[in-house]
Design a protein around this ligand. Structure first.
Ligand code: IMP
Length: 201
């Protein structure tokens, strides 16, 4: 809607996350700006807790009307949800090849990416989640994206995330779903605040 521009400040050092967020939210009329923030991550099994802790710190060190931190993980069914909240460390230490090794000979290759987006602003804290389920491929395919994208095939597709454009990945992506929910909440809030201001005039 014209005049309803809302901005979300995303604290991330990952340029792919920023690009994905822009591609997902600009069509909704929500601008995404990067935010410099101290990088502190707690250890927790909850993506929501990890994202909220980091968003509180980002907001405290660099307050804006809507500060967001996103935390994601890949949950592999045959590994009882591993690497889950430890996905970043697993990616750094074992990489895509290491994950494929763990799944050698495993037939049930179901897995889900999950994302938590924590939004912190003046007087509010909210957490939104999104999920994308599919399968771990037998070998890496594609060169787009980041992390485990080359081995994740969303349900209903034959291509991996790394074989898709940003817009295509965002049709399925856990992050796009969580970010869109956050953006919709922000838009409603902005409309409510404007309505309240208009009523007070
Ligand atoms: P983070 O802690 O949110 O940065 O994500 C943890 C790890 O999960 C990343 O290092 C990636 O390896 C993996 N990951 C999260 N989201 C995605 C995605 O959309 N595609 C591929 N890998 C992802």
């Amino acid at each position: 809607m014209a005049g309803s521009r809302v901005t979300l400040w995303l604290a991330t050092g990952n340029r792919h996350k920023l690009e994905e967020a822009r591609a997902a939210l600009e069509p909704l009329g929500v601008a995404v700006e990067p935010l410099e923030a101290e990088k502190l991550e707690i250890q927790s099994e909850s993506l929501e807790e990890i994202a909220l802790f980091a968003a509180r710190i980002a907001y405290a060190s660099n307050p804006r009307p809507a500060v967001a931190v996103e935390d994601a993980g890949l949950f592999v069914k045959a590994l009882n949800g591993f690497p889950g909240p430890y996905s970043s460390y697993t990616y750094k230490t074992l990489g895509v090849e290491g994950l494929l090794k763990l799944l050698e000979g495993v037939e049930d290759r179901r897995a889900c990416f999950r994302s938590a987006v924590a939004l912190v602003g003046p007087g509010y804290e909210k957490v939104f989640t999104g999920e994308a389920c599919g399968f771990i491929a037998e070998s890496p395919k594609g060169s787009q994206g980041f992390g485990f994208d080359p081995v994740f095939i969303p349900e209903g597709e034959e291509r991996s995330f790394a074989e898709m454009s940003l817009e295509e990945k965002n049709r399925y992506s856990h992050r796009a779903k969580a970010l869109r929910a956050a953006a919709e909440w922000l838009i409603e809030r902005a409309e409510g605040l404007r309505g309240g201001a208009a009523r007070r005039v």
